[in-house]
Design a binder for this molecule. Structure first.
Ligand code: ATP
Ligand code: MG
Ligand code: FE
Length: 347
């Protein structure tokens, strides 16, 4: 099926077009530069930027894909989770667009989309899929027997998300926003073993599949403060590399453990943090050692984009899932266990 997907849950206005597992267009307009001076995403600024970027981004995607809107088999849109006002812009646009064209509308889950996008890279997801979802707002291990209908959380962060930790540590180091990509770059010049930062929730009595990054974030901040108080220079590259190593070590260790415990021979990693160079390298090595096939999409498909929404929408169409009702609304806290927001039964 030929499906257009719209993503506006945070600061990226994404419009993607896919045919089944084939990526045809991936247009993204980001308002990240407008948020940078505030050190984080400002919801009102994001909503306004989505409004301005929506129509041009849809047009750009259609042109890039070389298809016309009439050819589409469905319109998918992120219904949640995310920023309420930002989501509302995408949902309203998708509804208007789908209604005007007489096409079915699919309100889908942003987190399930971060996983489903891998079908564009590596083909059909295995069933069940074991996924490590690591993004700005979430860090979870998920077992999905069916990405369109059945997603089960095995564990998740009990405090900060992995991406949030990257962003906060970057702020303490005065590296700007968003922190993930810039820490990734600095870390390449640093020694990952220079400073031994804590690995949260890895003790023998700790929950096996849950994560905690808040203690790590505090430990990094304290370490830096102590240096500054002593009038010593902060070795930015070493701090970045050592912090990143602590995050990546825990993520990959627990993900491989989950695969082994559940007898699953592959691991999918999705979400913005999956773009991290060190995470990709360590996951590759540890999966290989454990006989697990690793599936990670190219970095551009890991961070927010419209193609991931289209990918999940196409899967909904292919599996004959119910379209969403015309009164579909955005749900800022849509649970990961709801891959889509179905319609009411109307006769
Ligand atoms: P969610 O998906 O939970 O709703 P989000 O959509 O805001 O949150 P994503 O776009 O999936 O998050 O990911 C953004 C996060 O990914 C940010 O925290 C950013 O710092 C992080 N990130 C992006 N690139 C990298 C990288 N190379 N290394 C580490 N983190 C990264
Ligand atoms: Mg973003
Ligand atoms: Fe996201």
């Amino acid at each position: 099926p030929l499906v257009l997907g719209i993503e506006t849950s945070c600061d990226e206005t994404g419009v993607g077009i896919v045919r089944g597992h084939t990526l045809l267009a991936d247009a993204v307009a980001s308002s990240v530069d407008e948020h940078a001076r505030f050190g984080g995403v400002v919801p009102e600024v994001a909503s306004r930027a989505h409004l301005e970027a929506m129509v041009p981004t849809i047009q750009r995607a259609l042109k890039e894909a070389g298809v016309t809107a009439r050819d589409l088999d469905g319109i998918a849109v992120t219904a949640g989770p995310g920023l309420a006002g930002a989501l509302l812009v995408g949902v309203s646009a998708a509804k208007a667009f789908a209604y005007a064209l007489g096409k079915p509308l699919y309100g889908v889950n942003h987190l399930a989309s971060h996983i489903c996008v891998d079908q564009l890279e590596h083909g059909a997801l295995p069933e069940p899929t074991m996924a490590l979802l690591v993004s700005g707002g979430h860090s979870s291990l998920l077992l999905a027997p069916d990405i369109t209908a059945d997603v089960r959380p095995l564990g998740s962060t009990i405090d900060d998300a992995a991406g949030e930790a990257f962003d906060k540590v970057a702020r303490v180091l005065d590296l700007g926003f968003p922190g993930g990509p810039v820490i990734d770059r600095w870390a390449r010049e640093g020694d990952p073993d220079a400073i031994k930062f804590p690995r949260g929730l890895t003790g023998p009595r700790d929950p096996v599949y849950d994560f905690s990054f808040s203690g790590l974030k505090t430990a990094v901040a304290r370490w830096i403060e102590a240096r500054r108080a002593a009038g010593e220079e902060v070795p930015v590259a070493d701090v970045a590399a050592s912090f990143q190593e602590a995050v990546v070590d825990v993520l990959t260790r627990k993900a491989v453990r989950a695969c082994k415990d559940h007898g699953v021979d592959h691991l999918m990693i999705g979400g913005g943090v999956a773009a991290n160079t060190r995470l990709r390298a360590m996951a590759e090595r540890r999966c290989e050692d454990a006989g697990i096939t690793l599936r990670v999409p190219r970095p551009k498909l890991c961070t927010d984009n419209g193609a991931m929404v289209a990918a999940l929408g196409a899967e909904m169409v292919a599996r004959g899932r119910n379209a969403s009702a015309w009164d579909l609304s955005a749900d800022s806290s849509l649970p990961v266990t709801d891959p889509h927001v179905p319609g009411h039964d109307h006769a």
